[in-house]
Design a protein around this ligand. Structure first.
Ligand SMILES: [Fe+2]
Length: 288
């Protein structure tokens, strides 16, 4: 774990992160750059040629890392803590009304092990309010969303307040379709308590910058999801008998379906899709 200078201020002009012991940009940095310039992108998990190869062939992107070998992947897990609540609302903005606090936008991508964006990945965020308090009765500053076709997400919220014993952080669960849940936390550079919080991990520092009165953070998750290095068709498995669950359907919390002859209750409102079959996603469906 790279613990070097976890509190080093990086605003407003943060240097480009580099691989430890090397001057080349990290894989994630390059991928972000390639995505930002509109490189040909996968439209679905395992859908089109690998991003790195595509941009290299076009000759318009900076030199790309040939392999996913930064040594800091996949994104490390962290404790869930005591304040997670299931069944958060689906939303990209956690701003209910006009809450006090510094506005914060967090953007990023979800990648798999072959550096390819993962579309339709679930991200479930929860955090403290500006006073460092969690809403353990309702869903203030809680919400889930899915990455878009480019594997990107955007969260609109506030900078979480501090509470005793912890440095400033966001909680998140990230899950690719049909894969295990990654529970982790995101941190802010330059926080004095980063040095004293035993849970803090510098690999989970966001890149931060100011934007007027607000702040912008970015972080790219890398999930422990095997990916084909080249183009493949997404696996298509016909649903088993005894199934009324359907892909492309909007389900709400409490809805009942059957899949493979077993009944499930929907825990979180979502639009179903391949990989989100009830047996595969305990965050969305509970067997009854
Ligand atoms: Fe927390």
């Amino acid at each position: 774990m790279d613990q070097s200078d976890p509190t080093q201020p990086v605003e407003p002009t943060e240097p480009v992160p580099t691989v430890a012991g090397s001057s080349r940009p990290s894989r994630k940095t390059v991928l972000r750059a390639a995505l930002a310039v509109g490189a040909s992108l996968p439209v679905a998990f395992a859908g089109v040629p690998a991003l790195a190869r595509t941009t290299r062939e076009e000759g318009t992107a900076p030199e790309l890392t040939p392999e996913c070998d930064d040594g800091d992947d996949p994104t490390p897990p962290q404790t869930e803590g005591p304040y997670f609540r299931p069944n958060s609302p689906r939303r990209t903005s956690l701003l209910d009304g006009n809450p006090p606090g510094t506005r914060l936008t967090v953007t990023g991508y979800v990648f798999g092990l072959a550096c390819r964006p993962i579309a339709n990945a679930l991200l479930d965020f929860w955090q403290a309010d500006a006073n460092g308090a969690y809403d353990n009765r309702g869903y203030r500053f809680r919400g889930h969303q899915f990455t878009d076709a480019q594997g990107a997400f955007t969260l609109t919220t506030i900078v979480p307040g501090l509470y005793p014993g912890r440095t400033r952080h966001l909680h998140v669960k990230v899950q690719a379709p049909n894969r295990p849940v990654l529970t982790t936390q995101l941190y802010f550079p330059g926080e004095p308590r980063n040095n004293t919080d035993s849970i803090f991990d510098a690999r989970l520092l966001m890149t931060m910058r100011s934007n007027g009165p607000g702040r912008e953070g970015s972080y790219d998750f890398v999930l422990n999801v095997p990916q084909q290095p080249g183009p493949t068709d997404p696996p298509t498995t016909p649903p088993p008998s005894g199934t009324d669950w359907k892909s492309g359907t909007t389900y709400r919390a409490g809805d009942r379906v059957t899949y493979g002859g077993r009944s499930y209750t929907c825990l979180q409102a979502h639009t179903s899709g391949p990989g989100w079959e009830p047996p595969n996603v305990p965050a969305l469906w509970r067997a009854v």
